[in-house]
Ligand binder design. Sequence first.
Ligand SMILES: [Fe+2]
Ligand SMILES: [Fe+2]
Length: 170
Amino acid sequence: MLVTLGTRSAPVDLVDLLLECHHRIRRFLALAGALTAGWQDDEIRVTAAQIRRYFADGLPLHVADEDETIAPALAGAPPAVIEAMGQMSREHVEMAPAIERLIDICAQLAADPRQQAALAPTLTATVTELTRRFESHLALEEQMVFPAVLALPHSVREELRGAIQRRRVG
Ligand SMILES: [Fe+2]
Ligand SMILES: [Fe+2]
C-alpha cells in the first residue's frame, strides 16, 4: 500500500510549537501561584529564578512570534480572525505591566527568599490578575487564531515555523 501523504510523522507543526508555549505560560503561572509560605528558602530561590527567567526571556519570544510572524501571515484571514488578532496584540500590551511586576517580585524572591511573607500579597494579586487575563487571552488565540494558522498551506506553516525557530537561536 502506498504511504499516504499527510500522515508522515512530521514531529512538530507550527501550531504544536505555539501550544507548547501556552503550556509553559500556564505551568509557570501555576508555579508562581504555588510559591507560598512553607517552601524551603532554596526551593523559593530556584523556582522564583525559573519563573523570572521564563517571563523575562521566554514569553517575549512567544509574543513576538504572534505579533511579528503569525499576525502578518494571516493578513488575508476573515474579519473575525483579524479582529481577534487585534485584540490579541492589544492584550499583549495591556498585560505587560502585570508581567513586569511578576518578574520583579520573582527577582526579589530569587535574591532573598526570606522576603516571601512580605511579598506574598503582591505576588498573589499579580498572579490572580495574570491568570484571569491569560485565561481569556490564550482561549482567544486557541479558538480563533490557531485554527486559522492551521488552515494555512503546509509550506507557509513551515516557513513560519522556521522564522519562529530562528528567533530562538538569535
Ligand atoms: Fe498571545
Ligand atoms: Fe499565545
